[in-house]
Design a protein around this ligand. Structure first.
Ligand SMILES: NC(=O)c1ccc[n+]([C@@H]2O[C@H](COP(=O)([O-])OP(=O)(O)OC[C@H]3O[C@@H](n4cnc5c(N)ncnc54)[C@H](O)[C@@H]3O)[C@@H](O)[C@H]2O)c1
Length: 254
């Protein structure tokens, strides 16, 4: 799809990888709406990109219908949806004190990552389905964010792995569901990236966490996620897959 004149909603767009994607989309002539937590840097990012900020919490599943609806109405359509809102919890299946992983924590991480992504995708796709298709029959593109932990989660990541593997798992099926509508669905699975989420990791810790990469052995930069996301939007053959953006890294157990 052509970016110039297209409209995008960036959930988690106040920071990190989604902000970088909104920035590249804007630079190529796209119009952006930034959706993020109320306390985020969203208003400043939206202003910088000539867009509007919509405060939201992706865990408010019903509320997201109105927030996305308002953004689509203001944009005057929707061709691109990028979602990075998410996160994990560090807890073993049986903890060192002998007690079990909290079921509430497990559910919360599934809600935040998997259920929220599915919910946002459904709402966005409903709006995209009303677009006039382009010459190639395309109506829109959606990108979710997993993690390489979806495939080789480290000790203590069981809830996060389950949630991210769920996102990766639904990608092809959703692409098939939406194929007749001309809507593509992809997932990006990053390794360790230098974002707001990882800001607290010291340089030594980052070296340790990227030592298993083939090349480069460093944290990814937000613009490298963005470059992949933009390529997905522009290339009609990119559909139904989860792409690792990881310098050839495979996480060790710890
Ligand atoms: N940074 C990494 O190393 C890394 C690696 C693999 C996967 N990921 C995934 O990337 C995503 C995080 O993106 P990032 O690394 O650019 O981090 P980031 O913190 O820079 O950006 C994430 C944005 O999402 C927003 N957000 C968080 N919870 C939200 C909620 N409930 N509702 C609305 N907005 C919310 C935050 O306010 C923030 O602005 C997560 O899904 C994470 O699992 C990150």
């Amino acid at each position: 799809m052509d970016i110039a004149g297209s409209k995008g909603i960036f959930v988690g767009g106040a920071s990190g990888m989604c902000r970088a994607t909104a920035t590249q989309f804007h630079a190529k002539g796209g119009q952006v709406a930034i959706l993020d937590l109320e306390k985020s840097n969203g208003p400043a990012v939206a202003e910088e990109l000539g867009g509007t900020f919509y405060p939201c919490n992706v865990m408010d599943f019903d509320g997201m219908v109105d927030v996305i609806g308002a953004a689509v109405a203001d944009l005057g359509g929707l061709q691109f949806l990028v979602n990075t809102a998410g996160g994990g919890v560090a807890q073993r299946t049986v903890k060192k004190d002998g007690s079990r992983h909290s079921l509430d924590d497990f559910r919360r991480i599934i809600d935040l990552n998997l259920i929220a992504s599915f919910n946002i995708n459904g709402i966005a796709a409903e709006h995209m389905s009303k677009n006039e298709p382009n010459a190639d029959g395309e109506r829109g593109v959606m990108i979710n964010t997993a993690s390489i932990a979806a495939f080789e989660g480290q000790i203590g990541q069981v809830a996060y792995t389950a949630a991210k593997a769920g996102i990766a798992g639904m990608t092809l099926t959703m692409a098939r569901d939406l194929g007749t509508l001309g809507i593509r669905c992809m997932t990006i699975a990053p390794s360790l990236f230098d974002t707001g989420l990882t800001a607290g990791i010291p340089d030594e810790g980052a070296l340790q966490l990227t030592k298993d990469a083939a090349f480069p052995r460093r944290m990814g930069q937000p613009h490298e996620y963005a470059t992949m996301a933009i390529a997905i939007f522009e290339c009609a053959m990119m559909n139904g897959s989860t792409l690792r953006v990881d310098g050839g890294q495979r996480f060790a157990p710890r």
